[in-house]
Design a protein around this ligand. Sequence first.
Ligand SMILES: *[C@@H]1O[C@H](CO)[C@@H](O)[C@H](O)[C@H]1NC(C)=O
Ligand SMILES: *[C@@H]1O[C@H](CO)[C@@H](O)[C@H](O)[C@H]1NC(C)=O
Ligand SMILES: *[C@@H]1O[C@H](CO)[C@@H](O)[C@H](O)[C@H]1NC(C)=O
Ligand SMILES: *[C@@H]1O[C@H](CO)[C@@H](O)[C@H](O)[C@H]1NC(C)=O
Ligand SMILES: *[C@@H]1O[C@H](CO)[C@@H](O)[C@H](O)[C@H]1NC(C)=O
Ligand SMILES: *[C@@H]1O[C@H](CO)[C@@H](O)[C@H](O)[C@H]1NC(C)=O
Ligand SMILES: *[C@@H]1O[C@H](CO)[C@@H](O)[C@H](O)[C@H]1NC(C)=O
Ligand SMILES: *[C@@H]1O[C@H](CO)[C@@H](O)[C@H](O)[C@H]1NC(C)=O
Length: 444
Amino acid sequence: MISNKHEWTILMAFLFAVLFSHAAAYDPLDPTGNIAIKWDVMQWTSDGYVAVVTMTNFQMYRHIMAPGWTLGWVWAKKEVIWSMVGAQATEQGDCTKFKGNIPHCCKKNPTVVDLLPGVPYNQQIANCCKGGVVASWGQDSSAAVSSFQVSVGLSGTSNKTVRLPKNFTLLGPGPGYTCSQAKVVPKTVFLSPDGRRKTQALMTWNVTCTYSQLLASQKPTCCVSMSSFYNSTITPCPSCACGCQNKQRCVNTTSDSKLSSVVGLNNRVKDNSPLLQCTQHMCPIRVHWHVKLNYKKYWRVKIAVTNFNYLSNYSQWTLVAEHPNLNNISQIFSFVYKPLIPYNSRNDTGLFYGIKFYNDVLMAAGPDGNLQSELILEKDAETFTFKEGWAFPRKIYFNGDECMMPPPDSYPFLPNSANPNLLITKFPKLALIFCLLASTLAFL
Ligand SMILES: *[C@@H]1O[C@H](CO)[C@@H](O)[C@H](O)[C@H]1NC(C)=O
Ligand SMILES: *[C@@H]1O[C@H](CO)[C@@H](O)[C@H](O)[C@H]1NC(C)=O
Ligand SMILES: *[C@@H]1O[C@H](CO)[C@@H](O)[C@H](O)[C@H]1NC(C)=O
Ligand SMILES: *[C@@H]1O[C@H](CO)[C@@H](O)[C@H](O)[C@H]1NC(C)=O
Ligand SMILES: *[C@@H]1O[C@H](CO)[C@@H](O)[C@H](O)[C@H]1NC(C)=O
Ligand SMILES: *[C@@H]1O[C@H](CO)[C@@H](O)[C@H](O)[C@H]1NC(C)=O
Ligand SMILES: *[C@@H]1O[C@H](CO)[C@@H](O)[C@H](O)[C@H]1NC(C)=O
Ligand SMILES: *[C@@H]1O[C@H](CO)[C@@H](O)[C@H](O)[C@H]1NC(C)=O
């Protein structure tokens, strides 16, 4: 039995690797998702130009969380950055050959980061200064944009002589993005705030960056566990679902003294590696799917997300689930739900996220490091069943990364003798009234 399980784990790991190496930068649940970086030249200057750079996150459920984005490129000629508004180059580089006016950055390959909230007004432009945090398009398209202005010198001064920057790189905040070459596109047209006048950029170029989970990390970063009312077995996350290489320095919560001493290390060097609570899966995030109740026309699921990372509060977190019955959610508690319909024929995938100022931050590991929600789904008599793990999700993503599922043969299954009709809750009418009441309240 044990060796059997082991084989499954290996097989799943293999399938996972094959799947991801082929999927590269294509996400079937978000086929058009990317980050577009647009440079609009607003003005030619005596030795260059002033451009507004706009980064738009068109990904439905992958945001850029703190500490934010880092954008890099390589200048085609000897360009320098005279000044920036709404962002800054992280290093000035060697500007010794300049006398008098010293550029903001003389590096051949500048690296730019957003400014922090609260900088003086004269250093701000629209959509800047959010510490590099950019929401996903599905969660909040108005916050899915980040902009800055750059004044470039020693460059071309017309659309015939300017050379496009090359080799764009984007960290969001970690690796995973691959950027295309810059391409001249039709000039952006701007509409004045009153909508009565149009202006246009002098020249526009675009860069498109796409995400690949395999580039971001060799191992998954979250896992899924399952349980149900009809079987007392809890199906845990697969062992070492996220790799056990961090096991040496994980926090064993059964020995409290160690906990406080290790968590005290908060201010150690920023190497981006998580400090995890010791678990058999060693994932920073676990998503638990519990099939909670069965009514006559409805069934009820509880979703719980747990953070095992002591070093991360996940703000603007997103959860994506794929399940055929998500086309018929009649009620959701505590989370916001938005159907994602990547292909017109299917409505089996949805985006969940927190309610602003209530549970839009998943706190670091510890007593507050978890979130939960319940869904009531309306049954479709044709497809609904508790058999063969149908009630469990096909896929789960947390913050845009796909979570490791348990092997299908370990899903809690229906006792052989059980008649699904006997499992129906004794008070279906009461449940229905409750649902109606809840949805009425939601409308008020
Ligand atoms: C350029 O980027 C903008 C968004 O920044 C996008 O709307 C537009 O479709 C892109 N154009 C091309 C030709 O890729
Ligand atoms: C430069 O701009 C002019 C005027 O808009 C246009 O006719 C020309 O095609 C542009 N050249 C390039 C290389 O984009
Ligand atoms: C730009 O990228 C190309 C291809 O990845 C590489 O060959 C080239 O050396 C890079 N150029 C610079 C200046 O980094
Ligand atoms: C945690 O510590 C307890 C006692 O100190 C030990 O028995 C247990 O094996 C440890 N657990 C892990 C996962 O290291
Ligand atoms: C998480 O947020 C809480 C409250 O805002 C803060 O006290 C704590 O230091 C944060 N933890 C981390 C690891 O950033
Ligand atoms: C998809 O499902 C959601 C909720 O389950 C529903 O509100 C929405 O109307 C459905 N959309 C389509 C196109 O079927
Ligand atoms: C939800 O399920 C009911 C019952 O099967 C069905 O009548 C209704 O059309 C479904 N709604 C959607 C959006 O599929
Ligand atoms: C519950 O599911 C497990 C598989 O995860 C199975 O081994 C067990 O037999 C099931 N329990 C019952 C009572 O059927």
